[in-house]
Structure formats: structure tokens, C-alpha cells
Write a protein of this length. Structure first.
Lengths: 158, 211
């Protein structure tokens, strides 16, 4: 994994627009994760999409501060220091981002990364929480989030 | 407070050691090369926070840090020991071992990752800071933050264990400004043939166990 900074938009308005684009991508990734998880086609793909949604939401939160980073580890550390430590977002969001970062690396490093159903659900719910708090902080407008509610049955993500 | 010793091992005969020391330290009797090596390893062990009380080096090989562990300093070292202590306290016997797989520098400004208290002015003055108030002593500028990749081997993987690990990683990041990235592996995941062929197994073989 290479540490790389994203092309930094100049000016507050450009950064806000960049944050909104990232947040839209986070919503799309979360929706894809949910659909893939419900279809039962691939638990690993659903987990990676949920992780991607969480990291995109984190980047969206960091973009207005001119701290957007493509590297998930760098984004996680900056979110902890700038938003969780200052109580601008909840600690649950910080934990969700760490969970997503760890899952992503475990999938990349190991065969059979232990993606059982409860963990998949926790990854998806954590990503949804982060996206929801990003919606609130960034004042996202428009239609309601297109993410369907969590599954009621236990086998939905298996 | 123990006096600071700076020892240099030279090819001189046993019993002769070149050293720079205060007048008090000059009262220490000359030591041979074996004692010098022991003192150096003991200092290295204490520097890594692996032994709480200063004392003579033991023959326990686990107390000796490897080159990667020994290279850690500052916030990385605080993050590693803090994470280890938190995970040990929360998991207890479910935790089998922690391995340090590597460290990677992050593209993050050093000041941006400072803990909240230090960033708000509670920390020491840095070399680049303007002198003012009571903060007259200058400390070195904070080193760029990094990612410590760890392997946490547990008895059994479940959601509670993983939550404890994630909570510990977050706590450490908030307290130290360093990122700990723990990869959790259960006992049965380490033993299988597929697991042995995975890249993680190769990395574990050359990693260093955190004492």
C-alpha cells in the first residue's frame, strides 16, 4: 500500500464539492455492499465494499479540513486525531473505521480472513453509521439515503 | 536516578573500557567486554519498555528485543506498549501472542496526528514553536507518524474479541497519535495448509514477538 495524497482541491468551495462527491460514492458503495450481501454471492466482496464505504465517508469528513488522504491508514489516523478526539464524531465511528481498516488488510494478507456473518453485519453497520454521521456533518441534501434498513433475519448476510 | 553511561567496546584488552562519565560514574570499577555487552543489551531492553525495573540483563531470550522492536521509539513505542497492555487486560488468556510485522510511514503531517491534549497546547514546546509562557524548554519536533502492523493471535475469533482489539487500537491512536493496525488470527486459522501458504504466514515467520 502506498501512501498517496489525493489531488487537493483548492479553496473551501472546491473542497466542499469534493467532500460531497466522496460522500455520494460512500452511499453507492454501501448500497452495493448491502445488495451483494443480501444476494449471498460473495461475503468477501460485500465486506470490502462496506470497508470502502467507511473510508470514503472518512475522506468526505476530512476533505473540508484539507486533510483528504487516499491511503486508508492515513485517513483513519487523521480522523481519529481531528474528529474523534475532538468529539465532532462519535467514538463508535472511530471504532468502525478501525474495524474496516483491519478487515481490508486481513483480506489482503491472509487466506480466509474470518469473515463470518456477525462480522459482516458489524462491518456494514459501522460503515452505515459513519456515512450517516458524515451526512449530518456535511449537511447532505437531496433524497433520503438510499441504503435499505438492516436485515431482520440472521441469514441475510450469510 | 541512575547515572547515564556511554560505553564503547573497543579491541582493547579485557578490563580496559573507554568511557565518558561523570566523576561519580568514575567510581565504577573497570568492566570487561562481557559486562559491557550485558550493559548494552540491558539498556536496549529498558529503552524498548520491555522490562519495567532497571537491573542486570537476564538470560531470558524473550527479554531481548529484535532489531525491529529495538528500532521503535517515541510514539511508536508508546503505542505498541499501550496496545499490548490494553489487549492483555481485556482479552486475558484468550490472547496468545502479539507479533510486530512491520512499520510503515504515513503521509500525514506530524502535527496533524498529535493527540488532542498536546495539539491544544498541553504538550511540550517544539523546536519550531515560538517561545512564550512557561514553556521554555524546547523538545524535538514530533516525528512523522507511522503504521505499526501487528499480528494478534487469539484463542478463538469472535465479535467480542474483535471489538476489544478495535477499541484498543482506537484508544492508542487517540492517546499517542500513532496508528496500530492489528491483524487478528485465531488458532485454527494459523494451523491450516492454506494459512501456511498465505503471505501473512511468511511475514509472521520473520516477525518479532512482542514480549
Amino acid at each position: 500500500v502506498t501512501a498517496a495524497a489525493s489531488p487537493a482541491p483548492s479553496g473551501p468551495a472546491a473542497r466542499e464539492a469534493h467532500a460531497r462527491r466522496l460522500l455520494e460514492r460512500a452511499h453507492a458503495a454501501l448500497l452495493d455492499a448491502d445488495l451483494l450481501g443480501r444476494s449471498g454471492a460473495g461475503s468477501e466482496g460485500a465486506a470490502l465494499l462496506a470497508c470502502e464505504a467507511a473510508h470514503l465517508a472518512a475522506r468526505a469528513l476530512l476533505a473540508p479540513l484539507d486533510l483528504d488522504r487516499v491511503d486508508p491508514a492515513a485517513a483513519t489516523l487523521l480522523l481519529d486525531a481531528r474528529l474523534v478526539a475532538t468529539d465532532r464524531i462519535s467514538r463508535a465511528c472511530g471504532e468502525a473505521l478501525h474495524r474496516a481498516l483491519r478487515a481490508r488488510r486481513e483480506v489482503a494478507e491472509a487466506e480466509g480472513a474470518g469473515l463470518y456473518a456477525a462480522r459482516l453485519r458489524a462491518l456494514r453497520d459501522g460503515a452505515a453509521l459513519l456515512v450517516a454521521e458524515a451526512d449530518i456533518l456535511l449537511g447532505r441534501e437531496g433524497p433520503a439515503p438510499s441504503v435499505p434498513p438492516p436485515a431482520d433475519d440472521e441469514e441475510a448476510l450469510e | 536516578m541512575r547515572p547515564r553511561l556511554e560505553l564503547q567496546v573497543s579491541p582493547a584488552p579485557a578490563g580496559e573500557v573507554r568511557r565518558r562519565a561523570s566523576a561519580r560514574e568514575l567510581m565504577i570499577a573497570p568492566i570487561d567486554e562481557v559486562s559491557c555487552r550485558r550493559a548494552a543489551s540491558d539498556a536496549l531492553t529498558r529503552r524498548c519498555g520491555l522490562v519495567d525495573a532497571p537491573g542486570p540483563a537476564t538470560d531470558n531470550a524473550r527479554a531481548m528485543p529484535g532489531p525491529l522492536l529495538a528500532s521503535l521509539k517515541g510514539r511508536d513505542l508508546r503505542a505498541l506498549t499501550g496496545f499490548r497492555d490494553r489487549v492483555r487486560a481485556s482479552l486475558g488468556k484468550r490472547l496468545h501472542a502479539i507479533y510486530l510485522l512491520g512499520r510503515r510511514a504515513l503521509d500525514v503531517p506530524a502535527e496533524a496526528a498529535l493527540p488532542a491534549r498536546a495539539a491544544a497546547g498541553g504538550g511540550p514546546a517544539t523546536a519550531g514553536a515560538r517561545p512564550g509562557g512557561a514553556a521554555l524548554a524546547l523538545a524535538p519536533a514530533p516525528e512523522p507518524p507511522g503504521e505499526l502492523l501487528l499480528l494478534v493471535e487469539v484463542e478463538r475469533r469472535d465479535l467480542w474479541v474483535e471489538e476489544q482489539v478495535d477499541a484498543a487500537a482506537l484508544e492508542v491512536a487517540l492517546a499517542t497519535g500513532a496508528l496500530v493496525l492489528p491483524l487478528v488470527r485465531a488458532e485454527e486459522e494459523v494451523a491450516g495448509d492454506a494459512a501456511r501458504a498465505a503471505p501473512l504466514a511468511a511475514r509472521r515467520a520473520v516477525s518479532e514477538e512482542v514480549p
